[in-house]
Design a binder for this molecule. Structure first.
Ligand SMILES: Cc1ncc(C[n+]2csc(CCOP(=O)(O)OP(=O)(O)O)c2C)c(N)n1
Ligand SMILES: [Mg+2]
Length: 558
């Protein structure tokens, strides 16, 4: 058995688990770890200047790499700073080992500075939360944490690392990683039942969720959609590209208001959820989003999601990549010639309707393209048209992103990452994590001005790491979405046209100055043509660029 210190063992164990980057922000309780890192060559420490930034960088890295990300935080306040972004990571199912330094165990009873019971703080947002109590347990606990984060449904785990554990040494058996094979094929009887329901459906609609992207099952979902002639929407808060956006059955993101969802579903007689959440609503409503009696067929890797809010006629626990081909084959086998004909007609009609709606969207965008200040829809179109197919887009556009994924060529599961959890401030650092995971691909973050200010110091890390990537700030100098929402309440704000706490003016944030101060090249654009020129140059630049795009502050619909 090797004789090792806890801190060295920790690094060895992480490397065994395939970890090459650790995100973090250090303090006294992390000093043993920082000391060990001084002699480390294979594992790189990426410094974030605030823990929320470190957490979302790890989230972006985990989602873009599909592997384990590790983040190290500083005791209770550091973990506290990261909690909002840990919430987002959990919602996105990002496999992250969150660690925090802790005081020495014999010292904790005195309640030293910065101390708190860390596992209890992290617990609600992680799959497993624990403190290492003995050096001998460290290997088992690191391996268990990594295994648990990566086993479906994937998600963050938390380990508290007391100083005495990291500083102790002894003979340690390092053990070995476990990977849970996750291509779970759904129950054969349930697949047959689902196939019978699908074969009879006259006008099914498919909602695609993160399990499709995580399992790299876009091609398998395309095959089912084409067979059924069914249009496909992303789930309401999409964390990934779950369906190729250039496919003629792709309809874009789903609604998040009950009445709108109901309206969309009322054109169909069957809802097929492939890993999609039913439903993430942004506000409650007077109507039920699911029309009465509408049958649901639901396939997911997470048993919690199956039938969570609405009873499923057939619920299949399984991995989309492993299960969809069997389901698609079964539908083709069991359905009648008449049903197959109907589906082919449906396919042609659905494709025509998709094309029509995209043309309409493009026409609306083009109609606003010459405007100053820039209209968000024409900005989305201009950016999407310019980006190459291999671009990776991180979307925290909030009220400005309508049409974005329909305009984009985002056809692979790594081509798009969106704000699944809704806690803003995620996108800017998540884009940095995505760039570190996908260094060969152009990475472009589209971030609302309000959202950017939650984690703006992430820009420094992009400059420090010399990452060639682009941050586009959609700058309406306001929390525009909140104005829209408070106005919809038809209360005092609407009557008096007064919006308290929603204007980022007097002074306006000077994003160009802020970005330059953090080491980036930065420019301001007020016209679409300027945005295009700046974006073309930024995509070729060595190092990060921020483009501050002044957009229309008007929050009313076009
Ligand atoms: C951590 C967190 N704090 C506050 C909010 C509430 N919130 C939702 S959207 C929003 C404003 C976003 O502003 P911006 O990024 O500029 O987008 P815009 O609304 O202007 O499109 C706020 C404050 C939130 N979702 N998450
Ligand atoms: Mg804004």
């Amino acid at each position: 058995m090797p004789y090792l210190s806890g801190k060295t063992a920790l690094l060895e164990l992480l490397k065994q688990e395939g970890v090459r980057i650790m995100f973090g922000n250090p303090g006294t309780t992390e000093l043993p770890l920082m000391d060990a890192l001084a002699g480390e060559t294979e594992l790189r420490y990426v410094l974030a200047l605030q823990e929320a930034v470190a957490m979302s960088m790890a989230d972006g890295y985990a989602q873009a790499s599909g592997g384990l990300a590790v983040v190290n935080l500083h005791v209770a306040p550091g973990l506290g700073n990261a909690m909002g972004m840990l919430y987002d990571a959990q919602k996105a199912g990002a496999p992250i080992l969150v660690t925090a330094g802790q005081h020495e165990q014999t010292f904790n009873i005195t309640e030293p500075l910065l101390w708190a019971d860390l596992p209890r703080i992290a617990q609600p947002f992680v799959k497993w939360s624990a403190e290492v109590r003995r050096l001998a347990d460290l290997p088992l606990m690191i391996h268990r944490a990594a295994k648990t984060a990566l086993a479906p449904p994937t998600g963050p785990v938390f380990l508290s690392l007391p100083g005495d554990i990291l500083n102790a040494d002894g003979e340690l058996e390092l053990g070995a990683p476990t990977r849970v094979a996750s291509r779970i094929r759904g129950d054969a009887d349930a697949i047959a039942q689902a196939a019978a329901v699908l074969a009879r459906a006259g006008s099914p609609v498919i909602l695609a969720g993160d399990a499709v992207a995580q399992g790299n099952a876009l091609g398998e979902l395309v095959a089912l959609a084409e067979l059924l002639g069914a249009p496909v929407y992303d789930e309401g808060m999409a964390s990934r590209a779950m369906f190729p956006s250039s496919h003629p059955l792709y309809r874009g993101g789903f609604a998040r208001l009950p009445a709108v969802i109901r309206g969309l579903l009322s054109h169909h007689d069957l809802l097929v959820s492939i890993g999609a959440d039913l439903f993430t609503l942004s506000l409650p409503g007077a109507v039920d989003p699911l029309p009465e009696g509408m049958p649901v067929v639901h396939l997911d890797i997470d048993p919690w999601e199956l039938g969570k809010n609405f009873p499923a006629k057939v619920a299949i626990l399984g991995d989309p990549k492993a299960t969809l081909p069997e389901l698609t084959d079964a539908v083709a086998r069991v359905r009648s010639a008449a049903a197959a004909d109907r589906a082919r007609t449906g396919l042609a009609a659905a494709q025509a309707a998709t094309r029509q709606s995209l043309m309409q969207l493009r026409a609306t965008a083009e109609a606003t393209a010459g405007r100053t200040p820039i209209h968000p829809l024409s900005l989305m179109q201009a950016i999407a048209d310019l980006l190459p197919a291999e671009a990776v887009v991180i979307d925290e556009t909030i009220s400005s992103g309508a049409g974005l994924r329909r305009f984009l060529k985002s056809d692979d599961p790594q081509s798009f990452f969106g704000l699944r959890g809704g806690g803003i401030g995620w996108g800017l650092p998540a884009a940095i994590g995505a760039k570190l995971a996908l260094p060969e691909r152009p990475v472009v973050a589209l971030i609302g001005d309000g959202s950017a200010m939650y984690t703006i110091q992430g820009l420094w890390t992009a400059a420090h790491e010399k990452l060639s990537m682009v941050f586009v700030i959609i700058n309406n100098s306001s929390y525009r979405i909140l104005k829209q929402r408070v106005n919809a309440m038809q209360g005092l704000a609407a009557q008096t046209d007064t919006y308290v706490g929603m204007d980022l003016v007097e002074p306006a944030v000077d994003f160009v100055a802020v970005a330059r101060g953090l080491g980036l090249a930065a420019h301001r654009a007020t016209k679409i043509a300027e945005v295009k020129d700046l974006l073309v140059a930024a995509l070729k630049a060595d190092g990060p660029t921020l483009i501050d795009v002044v957009v229309d502050r008007n929050w009313k619909p076009v």
